[in-house]
Design a protein around this ligand. Structure first.
Ligand SMILES: Nc1ncnc2c1ncn2[C@@H]1O[C@H](COP(=O)(O)OP(=O)(O)OP(=O)(O)O)[C@@H](O)[C@H]1O
Ligand SMILES: C[C@H](N)[C@@H](CCCCCC(=O)O)NC(=O)O
Ligand SMILES: [Mg+2]
Length: 238
């Protein structure tokens, strides 16, 4: 059975896919069989008449695998809160369907990286939120956060809510950490880890790159050189 992690974020666009794909790539480079899952995509693409999740494709690039339908059970067109995207298509997101897909993947891989959509309080179906899905899958979470002003508030709101809902918080990844941090970014990781009680799993650097695949490779290359990275992976999956 795979060791799984649910990658959430303090918001949409904070770098969950980059972080998820980077973690997948780091584990793959260690020789592990890594599976990926994006249970719900809102804002998918259409290619050759097929719906595609770019987030899942990026994670699959990191993991070095081909996507199967189990990796992306719900591919919704509208880039909105998933409950609304689903409603527009007359679809109801069924946690049972997602769990069955998760379990099939978990039986196949050593590690399974699951990316949410948006943050933890994003609505999926009726009153059910992304946090409920993480709970239903029995997965601990890692929170991806920004390094700039406002991140302390957003990160503490996320970790406190997660714990109140009974989720296990493995820690926080501060993503897009600048090469030359200003005062805000210099204080943010310490403020977050000391006040949230959550572990600072890592700071992922802001990198240049032609596209997201190049960015994932660049982040992984940088992290691979740091001794803390092995500790991060151990804490995340231990
Ligand atoms: N470490 C990084 N260095 C440089 N650019 C980054 C980094 N992380 C993220 N980005 C930029 O931010 C964009 C958004 O990141 P990403 O798609 O991973 O966010 P997300 O949290 O997965 O969003 P969503 O909620 O849509 O799934 C990326 O396309 C990339 O341009
Ligand atoms: C459209 C976004 N990219 C994302 C959904 C974000 C929903 C945010 C809802 C909200 O918090 O207001 N979808 C996705 O990751 O598949
Ligand atoms: Mg994403």
């Amino acid at each position: 059975m795979a060791k799984g992690i649910f990658i959430t974020g303090t918001d949409t666009g904070v770098g969950k896919s980059i972080a998820s794909a980077t973690i997948a790539l780091l584990l793959r480079r260690q020789g592990h069989k890594v599976g990926v899952m994006k249970p719900v995509t809102s804002g998918c693409l259409e290619r050759d008449g097929k719906r595609i999740s770019e987030d899942a494709e990026l994670m699959a690039f990191g993991a070095g695998i081909e996507l199967t339908p189990d990796c992306t059970p719900y591919l919704l067109m509208a880039p909105l809160a998933p409950s609304i995207s689903a409603e527009k298509e007359g679809v109801r997101i069924d946690f049972g369907v997602i769990k069955e897909a998760y379990q099939r993947l978990a039986a196949e891989f050593d590690y399974l990286i699951v990316e949410g959509a948006g943050g933890l309080m994003v609505p999926l179906a009726g009153g059910l939120l992304m946090s409920d899905l993480a709970q239903h899958l029995g997965l601990p979470i890692a929170v991806v956060a920004r390094p700039n002003l406002g991140t302390v508030n957003h990160t503490l709101l996320t970790t406190f809510s997660a714990r109140n809902l009974g989720l296990v918080v493995k820690g926080v990844i501060v993503n897009r950490y600048p090469e030359e941090p200003d005062e805000v970014s210099a204080y943010a990781p310490h403020l977050i880890s000391s006040l949230s009680g959550a572990l600072l799993l890592g700071t992922f650097p802001e990198v240049a790159g032609e596209d997201d695949r190049a960015r994932v490779s660049a982040v992984a290359d940088r992290l691979e050189r740091e001794p803390e990275t092995a500790i991060m992976l151990r804490e995340m999956f231990g």
